[in-house]
Design a protein around this ligand. Structure first.
Ligand code: FRU
Length: 486
């Protein structure tokens, strides 16, 4: 992997001409996806500012233009009518002020009375590299650009470490107030969430206190990207805890979990009904954000970064990496989130594939199963060797997914086999493949599993056990790869 100097990573983009050739080059990559949002150049990480506003879904991603490196972060803007067909709009937020001189970090959006407001972290660093995190705001102007407010809403608290970021804006009807949930680290290096409150969006913010989550006082050293959403009367707290190993998750120390329970805005206490659950059981899933929308109180829409902090991917050689996951609908059933890809994804189905051996490089697989043991191998060589091996063990009710058989291996030290545990016997799998990604939904959304995967030219075959009835659809492209910067 290439070494980057600080100057190279934190270079300010002066003109689109500086990255035009890079875009042309990466466009030709065989791993460029066709129905996933991915970086126009360089690196994408967290989804930001995900919101439904005035007939459009707006979405941004953390973007470093220069290559597969976490350096100076911008927000890059894409829009869609249906959450499936996305088009590039250009740079949403530039790190061009004192307060965000080393990055416009993650944040969220809210639509209010025909206006669209944004809240994000200005990552400021002094010359001696001391960090100060400012909570900043902006508003979409008539031309579709975000205008930043010149002054931050507030700076960091001194009684926490310098890790304070990723404001999620929430409106609470009962209290008729706005709240910002901010990921933080205590001075004792414990992950936590800071809560600020205000009667109005752009003024009068005050610190309400630290969120109490019973039983989670010592759960990792930092909680990134906190989010809270009410679904069917239940509160769901979503966050990405760092710095802890969790059972069944290999050597990985970056996770994305959720708790279902009740949020009390008077005492700032979240009381979970049960323990934490994983949003996704796969290798590459982090920093999920749920979209602000008021359309349907029984479902939320969620999207995540298909990737992990501290890891890199084979397309890094081509100077780009990362993508977002498919957006998912979240519902609650039997004390857990049921996650299904958004409905409009079915419109991408093109042709039904008749081959019993060849796997198209963008497709949807539908497997109907009988609850007994099952084997499925994807991306094998023609003779059936290698590939990603999916095995269902009916005694344990666990699907295990092993990617160690692929030619291009990456992040091996985290572990290359992970389990997706189920509560019910496995009766269906819905699998999405897009050039360099694999997303698996089991039992109509009971569990999900996301992984990058980089098949070589000879790895395009599949095999399955006889008890699996399989239908394969090739899928049409839905995400445009246009070079739009301004
Ligand atoms: C999570 C994260 C956020 C931060 C952003 C910077 O992946 O570290 O906490 O705002 O990425 O790109």
């Amino acid at each position: 992997m290439r070494e980057w100097t600080l100057e190279e990573r934190y270079r300010i983009l002066q003109s689109e001409d500086e990255i035009r050739d890079l875009h042309e080059k990466i466009k030709k990559s065989v791993y460029r996806q066709t129905y996933h949002v991915q970086p126009v150049t360089g690196l994408s990480n967290d989804p930001n500012g995900f919101v439904y506003h005035d007939g459009w879904w707006h979405l941004f991603y953390q973007w470093c233009p220069w290559g597969a490196v976490h350096g100076l972060k911008y927000w890059y803007h894409v829009i869609s009518k249906d959450l499936v067909h996305w088009k590039n709009v250009g740079v949403g937020l530039k790190p061009d002020s004192f307060y965000d001189n080393k990055g416009a970090y993650s944040g969220s959006a809210i639509s209010l009375k025909n206006e669209l407001y944004f809240f994000y972290t200005g990552n400021h660093r002094d010359d001696d590299w001391t960090r100060t995190a400012y909570t900043c705001a902006g508003k979409l102007d008539d031309g579709g650009r975000i205008q930043k407010y010149p002054e931050p809403l507030f700076g960091p608290r001194e009684d926490y470490s310098d890790h304070q970021r990723d404001p999620k804006i929430v409106f609470n009807k009962e209290k008729n107030k706005y709240f910002l949930f901010i990921g933080a680290q205590t001075l004792l290096k414990k992950g936590s969430v800071l809560i600020y409150e205000s009667d109005t969006l752009l003024h009068g913010w005050s610190f309400a206190g630290q969120l109490h989550v019973q039983g989670f006082e010592d759960f990792g050293f930092m909680w990134e990207c906190p989010d809270i959403v009410n679904i069917s009367g239940k509160d769901v707290l979503i966050f990405s805890p760092q710095g802890l190993k969790l059972p069944g998750r290999g050597a990985n120390t970056n996770h994305n979990v959720y708790l279902i329970g009740t949020m009390d805005y008077d005492t700032l206490t979240f009381t979970p009904d049960t323990g934490y659950q994983h949003l996704d059981h796969g290798f590459d899933f982090y920093a999920a954000q749920e979209a602000y929308q008021t359309e349907d109180p029984d479902r939320a829409i969620l999207i995540a970064w298909m990737g992990l902090p501290d890891n890199h991917y084979p397309t890094g050689q081509e100077e780009w990496e990362g993508s977002l996951t498919l957006p998912r609908e979240l519902r609650i059933r039997d004390g857990k989130l049921i996650q299904t890809p958004v409905a409009a994804i079915s419109e991408l189905r093109d042709k039904k594939i008749e081959s019993e051996t060849v796997l198209p490089d963008t497709c949807e697989l539908l497997l109907t199963l009988d609850g007994s043991d099952m084997d499925l191998k994807l991306f094998t060589k023609e003779d059936g060797r290698g590939g990603v091996v999916i095995h269902y063990d009916s005694n344990r009710k666990v699907c295990s997914i092993d990617r160690s058989g692929m030619e291009l291996r990456f992040n091996e030290t985290l572990g290359e086999i992970l389990d997706m545990p189920l509560s019910n016997p496995l009766t269906s799998l819905r699998i999405f493949i897009d050039k360099s990604s694999l997303e698996i939904f089991a039992n109509d959304g009971e569990a999900a599993f996301t992984s990058h995967v980089y098949p070589t030219a000879s790895e395009h075959y599949y095999t399955k056990s006889n008890n699996a009835v399989l239908e394969i659809w090739s899928l049409m492209a839905s995400v445009r790869d246009d070079f739009v910067i301004e």
